[in-house]
Ligand binder design. Structure first.
Ligand SMILES: NC(=O)c1ccc[n+]([C@@H]2O[C@H](COP(=O)([O-])OP(=O)(O)OC[C@H]3O[C@@H](n4cnc5c(N)ncnc54)[C@H](O)[C@@H]3O)[C@@H](O)[C@H]2O)c1
Length: 268
């Protein structure tokens, strides 16, 4: 595990808010080296959690770890592929033994292909379903035995608004996220008696690299006008909802996927 031996439980300047049940606990965030996942790691770290970052991208993972250590956040990085069971067993085992627990899993690693349906082939379909849905299955399956020992845990799936709306040219992505929403419901029923809650966040219209690649500045302006709250969402917005779902504030919430879209989908 790269960057191992980092500081534990040390918080200085970056600690901002505290939610009940998070400080000193351990979260694993897949795809935590970039974008939304990185912000989730940062926010949970600021709330006093130990954060195990899993990502397939070694360079970004190491860079993220260095940044967090400079900010005195408690983190460790494990390079791993969420589609590979053995790789995940190794990462979870290392993170668990390093921090001495596993309380929260955020299944965030995701990928997409923007391909019209007529051109979508099985290779692309499998590539997207494999990371987005199979990956969440493998990581949940790996995390649950650790959580069961503690009789407590929170699993959070990062879905997408496109599970409800489709995404106009990425059927495999929308289908994978719809699958995640169903997995939230199914797992929540099975795991509730073991003290494990399972919820999701479905972001839509989040500003950042992903939308910048697909839309022009003009199109993004038009999109913003359709959002009743009058602005695009941010990575921080997603990370804040994840923190709520990880914390004791959501202790009676399970089986729910929260649509995070500024009111756009069911707005005007
Ligand atoms: N950005 C958005 O607007 C948006 C909207 C809705 C939902 N989402 C979802 O949020 C999540 C994060 O999106 P993002 O925009 O930050 O993406 P991103 O591409 O910036 O980051 C994804 C991370 O996952 C990692 N990853 C990819 N495949 C992996 C694998 N097989 N094993 C381990 N790590 C892997 C990547 O290396 C990367 O660090 C995804 O699940 C995405 O579908 C994003």
């Amino acid at each position: 595990m790269a960057g191992y031996g980092g500081k534990k439980h040390v918080m200085k300047d970056e600690r901002q808010w505290l939610l009940p049940g998070l400080a000193g606990k351990t979260a694993v965030v897949t795809g935590g080296a970039n974008g939304i996942g990185k912000q989730i790691c940062r926010t949970l770290g600021r709330m006093g959690m130990n954060v195990g970052i899993i990502d397939i991208d070694e360079d970004k993972g190491q860079k993220t770890l260095d940044e967090f250590e400079t900010a005195s956040l408690s983190a460790a990085f494990c390079r791993g592929d969420v589609t590979n069971e053995k790789s995940m067993e190794r990462c979870f085992e290392r993170i668990h033994s390093h921090f001495g627990g596993l309380d929260v899993l955020v299944n965030n690693a995701g990928t997409s292909r923007n391909i019209p349906f007529e051109e979508l082939d099985l290779t692309d379909w499998n590539a997207v379903l494999s990371v987005n849905l199979k990956g969440a299955f493998i990581c949940s399956k790996t995390a649950v035995p650790y959580m069961m020992k503690q009789k407590k845990g929170s699993i959070i799936m990062i879905s997408s608004g496109s599970a409800l709306t489709g995404s106009g040219g990425s059927a495999c992505y929308a289908a994978s996220k719809g699958g995640l929403n169903s997995l939230v419901r199914a797992l929540s029923r099975e795991l509730a008696p073991k003290g494990i809650r399972v919820n999701g966040v479905a972001p839509r219209s989040i500003e950042g690299d992903l939308l910048n690649k697909v839309y022009t500045a003009e199109q993004l302006k038009r999109m913003q006008k359709k959002i009743p709250l009058g602005r695009m969402g941010t990575y921080e917005d997603v990370a804040n909802v994840v923190s709520f779902l990880a914390s004791e504030l959501s202790a009676f919430l399970t089986g729910e996927t929260i649509l995070l879209d500024g009111g756009r989908t069911f707005g005007a």
